[in-house]
Design a protein around this ligand. Structure first.
Ligand code: NAD
Length: 295
C-alpha cells in the first residue's frame, strides 16, 4: 500500500526553517516579517483559516496584524483597510481572506494589494509572471506552491513524467499546471467539460486532484504506482463525528492507497503546506524589503 506524504510534518519542518531565518533577520536588521489579514464577515471556515494563519505567524516569530470587518461593510471601507496595511512598512504581506461578501468586487478589493505584498500570489502581474517563460513572479500562489514543495521534498521526479491536474481554477488547478511544466513534467488539465476524466487520469504518473468533488478519483482511475496529491477539502455529513461532518479530499483515499505509490491524506496533506508557503512568501517579501534577499 502507498507511502503517506505527511504534509503536516513537512510543513512543520518548513516552519522551523523559517523561524531560523527570522532570528537571523532580527540579528541583522532588528526587524521581523509582518503579515496582515483582512477578514470581512463571520464565516466559520474563514475564521478558522485566519486563526491558523495567526497562530503560524506566532510560531515562527512574525508580527501578525489583522482586522475583522462587519459583513455589511461598504467596499470602500474594506479597500481603505487593505490599503492602510499595504502602505505600512512593517507589513510585508497583505492577505484578503476569501470569499468576500456578495455586495463587493473581490477583484477590486484584492487588486488593492500591491504586487510587492501580494503573498497570496493573486495579483495579475504575479499570475502573468508564472505564464511567461523566462520570468520569475515575485510570488506564487500558496496552495499550488505547496503541492510542488510536497513532491520535491518527497523525492518525486517530475521531469519527463505525465502529470494530470484535475481542475483549472485560478487559485489551484491553473497555477499548479504551470508549475509542473516549469518542473519539466508533461501536463494534461482535466476539467468539468472533459468527457472521460478517468481514462486520462489512468495515464498519469502524478495526479493533482483539485476539483472540489468528494471522492471523485476512485482507485480504478489510477495507474499502479502513481503519486497522488489531493488538494480537495470537502465537508461531508458524518453521524459519528461530534461536529456532524468530516473532511474528505477529492480522492477516495482507502481505494487509492491500494494503487498509488505515494499519497497525501486529507486533512494533513496539502492544507498545512498552504500556510507554510504563505509564511515562506512573507519571509521572502521581508527579505526583499530589508535588502537581505539573494533572489
Ligand atoms: P473551483 O470550484 O474554483 O474549481 C474546481 C475546478 O474543478 C474547476 O476548474 C472545474 O472545471 C473542475 N471540476 C469540477 N468538477 C469536476 C468534475 N466532475 N470533473 C472534472 N473537473 C471538475 O475550486 P478550487 O478553488 O480550485 O478548489 C478545489 C478544491 O481544493 C476544493 O475542494 C477546495 O476546498 C480545495 N482547496 C484546498 C486548499 C488547501 O489549502 N488544501 C486551497 C484551496 C482550495
Amino acid at each position: 500500500s502507498a507511502n503517506i506524504i505527511d504534509g503536516k510534518a513537512i510543513a512543520q519542518e518548513i516552519l522551523w526553517e523559517i523561524s531560523k531565518e527570522v532570528e537571523e533577520m532580527k540579528k541583522a536588521v532588528g526587524k521581523v516579517p509582518g503579515l496582515a489579514v483582512v477578514l470581512v464577515g463571520s464565516r466559520t471556515d474563514s475564521e478558522t483559516y485566519v486563526r491558523s494563519k495567526k497562530r503560524a505567524c506566532e510560531e515562527v516569530g512574525f508580527q501578525s496584524f489583522s482586522i475583522t470587518l462587519p459583513e455589511e461593510s461598504p467596499e470602500a471601507e474594506v479597500v481603505r483597510h487593505v490599503k492602510r496595511y499595504d502602505d505600512d512598512p512593517l507589513v510585508h504581506g497583505v492577505l484578503v481572506q476569501l470569499p468576500l461578501p456578495q455586495h463587493m468586487s473581490s477583484e477590486r478589493v484584492v487588486g488593492t494589494v500591491s504586487m510587492e505584498k501580494d503573498v497570496d500570489g493573486f495579483h495579475p502581474m504575479n499570475m502573468g509572471g508564472l505564464v511567461m517563460q523566462g520570468r520569475t513572479p515575485l510570488f506564487v500562489a500558496c496552495t499550488p506552491r505547496g503541492c510542488i514543495e510536497l513532491l520535491l521534498r518527497s523525492g518525486v521526479e517530475m521531469a519527463g513524467k505525465h502529470a494530470v491536474v484535475i481542475g483549472r481554477s485560478n487559485i489551484v488547478g491553473m497555477p499548479v499546471a504551470l508549475l509542473l511544466q516549469r518542473q519539466n513534467a508533461t501536463v494534461t488539465v482535466v476539467h468539468c467539460h472533459t468527457p472521460d476524466p478517468a481514462r486520462i487520469t489512468r495515464t498519469a504518473d502524478i495526479v493533482i486532484a483539485a476539483a472540489g468533488v468528494p471522492c471523485m478519483v476512485r482507485g480504478s482511475w489510477l495507474k499502479p504506482g502513481a503519486v497522488v496529491i489531493d488538494v480537495g477539502i470537502n465537508a461531508i455529513e458524518s453521524a459519528d463525528s461530534k461536529e456532524g461532518y468530516r473532511l474528505v479530499g477529492d480522492v477516495c483515499y482507502p481505494e487509492a492507497c491500494q494503487v498509488a505509490s505515494k499519497i497525501t491524506p486529507v486533512p494533513g496533506g496539502v492544507g498545512p503546506m498552504t500556510i507554510a508557503m504563505l509564511l515562506s512568501n512573507t519571509l521572502e517579501s521581508a527579505k526583499r524589503a530589508y535588502g537581505l534577499s539573494d533572489a
